[in-house]
Structure formats: C-alpha cells, structure tokens
Unconditional design. Structure first.
Length: 765
C-alpha cells in the first residue's frame, strides 16, 4: 500500500513510546498491596546443605514468610519435564534432572536458589535474606565439560557418575567413514565456543497475583512466549487448567532466547501470591542476573574435513561436547545441542557428513538458547575449518568456497545433515558481500597498515540457518470495532523485532488502511487466544503469513457486504486504497465502513510445510596493534538473503544488532568460571565486557532477496541472521592478521592480552 505497505522503510511506530519513557516493562508494573520476593542463592558451586536456620529472617521487620524446598514439596508443586527421546552412550534413556524451584539437600552451581524471603518492601526482604543462616559443606566442583568427562571427576548428580546426560548423532557414519578413507587431504582442528550471557536491557522480573473469587492467577513477566509459559505452569507446576492462568508480557527489554518458557521465579510469585493472599513481585538485580539466568553457547568441537585432490569437499565429521550446566529442566536445555546441527554443512555440497554431540553436566548455570541457538556455533566451526583448510593446502579461501557452493539449479537440495534447502543463490550473495567489503582492495590496505606498524586482516563467512521451524502453527486475528478501526491480535511476542510496525505494514498492504490507523495486541493470553511466541526467526514467516491470510479473508467478507450496500455484484467491485468501488463509476464505500457496521472478525493460522533457510555472507576487516594486542574493527559488510524484505529499516536494525552480539563474543564477552571451584569470575560489568559504540565500526548491510515459496509472503527469518555469521567472520579476520606472525589459533574472546601472548609465544617458538 503505497508508502506504508510491504517493502517500505516505515519508521518504527513503537519508538516514540519507548524513547519518551512510556514503555511498559515489568519494572514499571505494580499492584496494590504487593509484597517483594528475594531469593537467597548459594555462594558455592557444589555443596551439601548441612543446616538451614530461618528463624532470624522470619522474625525480621516486615517479613511475610520464609520458604524452603520443603514448603514447595508440601504444597505439591510439580517440576517441568524433558521429553526429547535422547540416549546415553550405552543406549539407556538420557539422564536429566529438573530444578525443583529451590535447592534441597545440595546446591549445584553458584547462584542456585535455596530460600525464598517475602516481605512488605524490597529493602526489608533483602535485610531478612541476609539473616538466613545456611551451613554449607563444600564439595568438589567441575566447571569445564572436558574436565567433567575425566575419570574420577566430581559428579553433578550421584545417579550419573560420568556426568554424561546424553549423546545425539546425525548423518551417515558409514558413508562419512568411507569418504575419509578415499580423501586426498584431511584437515583436523579443535575449536572452542565460549559461554556468554544475554545481559538484557531490563533483567528478568515477575509479578504474580491470585484472585480468590475467580480462582485465577495473573502473571506479568518479560517473556518471548507467554502462552507456552502459561501451559507449562498449568500442566506441570501448578496443576490447574490453562484458563486459570493469565500471562501478560508487555515490553520485554531484550531476550535473545534467554527469556523463554517458564523460569523458576514465575512459579514462585504465583505460588506465593496464593499462599500469602497478596501480589508478589520479584525483580532480578543486575548483579544477580549472571547467577540467576541461563547462559548461552559453551561448546568444544573436534572437526575434520575430507577433500579430494581438486579441493572438493567429500565429507565432514564433527564431535561436539556441550556444557549443559547443572540442570536439564526442559527441552530448551537440549535445543542448542541438536536442533541446528544441519547448519554444520553450511552452503556447501558435501557427499557425506556425521556429527556426534555429547551433553555434559557441570557445576555451572544451565545453558539454553541464545541468539541463534546452535547456528552461530555450527557456522563458526565450519567456516573456521574451511579457512584453516585453505591455509593448510595453500589454496585461496574464496576459490575453495566457490568450488563447493551449492548451485541454485540444484534446489531443492537435500544436504548431508538433515536439511533440505528450498532456494538460495549462495554464490551471488557471496560475490555481492565481497564487493561491498572491497575484498579485492584489501592487500593495499594491509600494506598501508604495515607501514604504520599494524597488522591488518580480512575474514569472511558464508552463513546459513534454518528459520520458521516447528513446532506447530501461528495464528492471527483481525477484529473491527463499530467505528471501523481494526485491531490485530498476534500470538507472537516482540522483544525488539519491530512487530508493532511490520505486522501493521502487512495488514496495510492487504487492507489499504494506514498502519497508524491499526491497533496491535500481543503478549496477553486472555486477549490473544493462542500462540507459540517468538523464537527461531519465525514471527514474520508464520505470524505474518497468518496475518496476511486473515486480512485476505477480511477483504473477501467485506466485498460481500460492500456489494450489498452498493447494490452491485461482488465481481463488479474494484478494491483499492481501502475502498470498494463499482468498476467504471465513482460509487464506493470504504472497508472500514462495511467492516465496522458488522464488527467484522476474521482469524487464520499458518503452518509451513517445512522450515526455510535465510543465508548471508559476512566480510570483516580488522587491524591489530602487535605491541599491545589490541584488535580494532576496520570495516564490516554483510549481504543477506532473508526472502521478501518487509521493512528495510527494521531489517537493517536487526542485522546490526545481531552482528554486534557476534562481534562482542569474539572480541570481549565471556562467562568465565574458576576451573577447580566453579566460582563465577565475570559476574559484573567490571569483568564481563560488552561492546560499546567506540569499539565498533560502520556496518554495511546489503540485501539479495530470494523469496521462498514456503509461505505466502516469501519471507525468511532475519532476527538471528547477523549473529550467525559474525563469530566466524571476525575470528577469521583476526587470524588472517596474525598469520604472518605464525599465530594459527586463538580461543575467543581475542582480548588484547590473549593476542599479545599469542604473538609473544609465536615469536618465542
């Protein structure tokens, strides 16, 4: 629709509200008479609770109650479940243990919640929490997955002495073995993907209320999927019908996967609200968040690439070890270990591939999806391996990739690892990115840097990911009020992805009504009948498609109503700019008029036949000071194929944000545990560094859309695309800069100290 519809750079409609302080975050919400919850957390990574005395805390001013795991058990609260059919190495069912809400008898990571204290004010709850006396008997701890696998390592769970939760395999082991046997070249490497933390703009929070008259709970949270939180709490924790729980998620303040499903604190505030007869609020402190939240990534990989004499990829073999942390409470703890293993073969034509993943328990916070959820890890391993293969075999990096890219004519293409690509022009995307990043002009810039005493490097990564995968469908509803103003109801949930803008644009394209004249609702399980939420770059493809179908139904129904009003046949009406007009005349009526007269209300749902595959090429250029080890970003270019572009402005924002998250992990971010004690060493911003504007460079974004036929809009996912390729591109650039000095490998993050030491070690060798 003209200046407002699909493909137009409409500025974000949510920004005026957010930028003027009119947002609605959990921290902004308060209910009359609300009490405050503080959780007493373990200072030990592994310890037995020898004694627990809450008497002084119970007697403290303003305290309404002090609760332990025994209280949870006495009231019959349930625990969540892991349902995936995984196996242990011996073929027995996978081992998992859900967190019960509060630790009982033993704590298993620093920050493990042990006691819940509720008081009239937050200050009183904090003071009382300090009075809880817990006698811990410290036990041996293990923080690294590799250490946890060693014989005699401290067991996180006595029932699982080897710390192996499960093993998962994908691909054809026999065909892969045969391909390696006939290979002319085999390149072997080990790579580590560090542990990181989402560091939300607003740390997590929850406000629970209980209405005795209706027998209903209300939970206000910052969550990506409120309906799934409701269902988990209803079916597995509180044992009530889902319609007895209302979940409201307004402005989220950042999520990236880490605010998914039901957190422990969600059950606490609802349970306590009913127990105490008043609302209960929990607000995570900034310093508490690294201890209380799930973390992301944390994987070590052994990767092997088999090539023929001409540089063709024959097979890929990968062995991953994923650190699960101390608990496996839901399927989400397992998702990064297997859901996106198909990305390991990337855009390349492999004859065979096989991957084995081992999920390992450690005395650390649990890991869960974090922006990309396995995709950045997979592309990092593959694109590092391709660069290392080119260097080892004396081949050009680009030529080696070009030789192995899947051609558009091969689509649909079934890869050697689970995926079937429906469309894509991978070589064209790569060429456009190389041009945007001025790859050909790099050597002149390297020479100029050398004259200044600096090391210059350039790196690239071809990245592909699956998007809009299951489970289930997504739904949309469009309802008109008596004045003819439509409201959109979506089951997705924005955490910054511009839903309020792009979904209105989709509706505007079909309805011919300006986006500003359309209302938008999501994130309330009472107002939106169903929805699975936002994850895995699915909102536009599933929610947007459902919305476009509902809008088409609105137009079709309104055409019948307009025909009656205009006393004409529906086939004689022309619909344009939001009005029905009898062809060849000036007699017309607006969609709003006819829809409002009957309060038109249409619903639709959409489930794709399969996932789709957004892809991109990233080009990163860096400069290294060999005297200090400081790495400076010089330039960054990325070309994406996300299918139909709904809004180029919001797409660019998504790509920028994703790229920066990836760059942050390579350059400075890391959740570091002391290896032998499990103590968290990076629990504050004094130790956990995040990229600021001054650490970055300009990020050039190009688009090469190849619309997918798998949904009505032709869109592919975009929310995670920036992160998926950024890790590998940046690390490849750093190693390209250091290669002339003999540095062949670095672990992330490439801090100045790490680079300086690598250069000195290389010089010494």
């Amino acid at each position: 629709m003209g200046d407002f519809g699909i493909g137009q750079p409409l500025e974000r409609l949510e920004d005026p509200r957010l930028l003027t302080g009119a947002g609605r975050f959990v921290g902004d919400r308060a209910l009359p008479g609300q009490a405050h919850l503080v959780l007493v957390r373990s200072p030990h990574a592994h310890a037995r609770i020898a004694a627990l005395d809450t008497a002084a805390a119970r007697a403290a001013p303003g305290v309404l109650g002090v609760f332990t795991a025994e209280d949870l058990r006495a009231d019959g609260l349930g625990t969540s479940r892991v349902t995936l059919p995984r196996k242990r190495p011996d073929g027995s069912p996978m081992f998992w243990r859900a967190h019960a809400g509060l630790a009982r008898e033993r704590v298993r990571h620093v920050g493990d919640p042990v006691v819940a204290v509720v008081a009239e004010t937050l200050a009183q709850a904090k003071d009382a929490a300090d009075l809880v006396a817990i006698d811990y008997e410290a036990l041996p701890a293990v923080a690294e997955a590799a250490d946890a696998l060693r014989p005699g390592a401290a067991a996180v769970w006595e029932e699982c002495p080897d710390n192996v939760s499960h093993v998962f395999e994908a691909g054809d082991a026999a065909a892969t073995e045969a391909a390696f046997a006939r290979a002319a070249h085999v390149v072997r490497r080990r790579y580590a993907i560090s542990r990181v933390h989402a560091q939300f703009l607003e740390p997590r929070g929850a406000l629970g209320a209980w209405d005795a008259a209706s027998g209903r709970y209300t939970l206000v949270i910052d969550s990506q999927y409120p309906h799934r939180v409701r269902d988990l709490l209803a079916h597995e924790i509180l044992w009530v019908p889902p319609d007895r729980i209302r979940v409201v998620s307004e402005d989220v303040g950042g999520a990236f996967g880490a605010k998914g499903w039901a957190s422990l604190e969600h059950r606490h505030v609802l349970w306590l609200a009913r127990k105490l007869g008043r609302p209960v609020k929990w607000s995570c402190e900034r310093s508490e968040a690294p201890l209380a939240d799930e973390h992301g990534r944390d994987m070590r990989s052994e990767a092997e690439l088999a090539l023929d004499a001409g540089g063709r990829f024959l097979a890929l073999r990968v062995r991953n070890v994923n650190n699960l942390g101390a608990y496996a409470s839901t399927d989400r703890q397992l998702l990064p270990t297997f859901a996106n293993l198909g990305s390991l073969v990337g855009m390349y034509a492999f004859g065979a591939a096989h991957v084995r993943v081992t999920g390992v328990f450690t005395h650390t916070s649990s890991t869960a999806p974090y922006r990309g959820s396995g995709r950045p890890e997979a592309i990092y391993v593959l694109e590092r391996l391709v660069d290392d293969a080119a260097r080892e075999l004396g081949m050009d990096r680009i030529a080696l990739r070009r030789r192995n890219l899947i051609a558009p004519a091969a689509m649909p293409y079934r890869t050697a690892l689970t995926f079937t690509y429906d469309c894509g022009e991978f070589e064209q995307v790569m060429d456009e990115a190389l041009a945007l990043g001025d790859w050909q002009g790099f050597e002149a810039r390297r020479a100029a840097a050398a004259r200044r005493g600096k090391l210059r490097g350039i790196g690239m990564a071809n990245a592909i990911e699956r998007a809009a995968a299951g489970p289930g469908s997504e739904s949309a509803r469009i309802a008109f009020d008596a004045a003819g103003r439509p409201t959109l109801y979506l089951g997705t949930k924005s955490q910054g992805q511009s839903h309020e803008t792009t979904f209105r644009q989709i509706a505007a394209e079909v309805l011919g009504i300006a986006p500003q004249d359309i209302d938008f609702v999501e994130g309330d399980t009472d107002r939106v009948a169903e929805g699975l939420g936002t994850f895995g770059s699915r909102s536009a493809a599933l929610g947007g498609s459902a919305l476009s179908l509902a809008a088409a139904q609105v137009v079709a129904h309104a055409r019948e109503l307009a025909a009656e009003r205009l006393e004409a046949a529906g086939a004689d009406l022309v619909f344009e700019q939001g009005r029905f007009r009898i062809a060849g005349t000036d007699r017309s009526v607006s969609l709003a008029q006819v829809a409002g007269a009957v309060a038109l209300d249409e619903r639709a749902s959409f489930a794709p036949a399969q996932e789709n595959f957004p892809n991109s090429c990233h080009v990163c250029e860096v400069e290294v000071d060999p005297e200090t080890g400081e790495v400076s970003l010089a330039s960054y270019a990325v070309v994406d194929d996300v299918g139909t572009v709904l809004n180029p402005l919001t797409l660019k924002g998504q790509v920028h944000g994703g790229v920066v998250q990836g760059l942050g992990q390579i350059l400075m971010e890391r959740m570091a545990y002391e290896r032998d004690t499990g103590q968290l060493l990076t629990a504050s911003f004094m130790d956990y560094a995040m990229p600021r504007a001054g650490d970055l460079c300009g990020i050039e974004v190009g688009n090469h859309p190849v619309p997918t036929a798998l949904n009505p809009l032709g869109v592919k996912g975009a929310g995670e695309a920036g992160t998926v390729g950024a890790l590998a591109a940046c690390m490849n650039a750093v190693l390209d800069a250091l290669a002339p000095r003999g540095v062949k490998d670095l672990e992330m993050p490439v801090t100045p100290e790490a680079v300086w030491r690598a250069l000195r070690h290389s010089r010494g060798s």
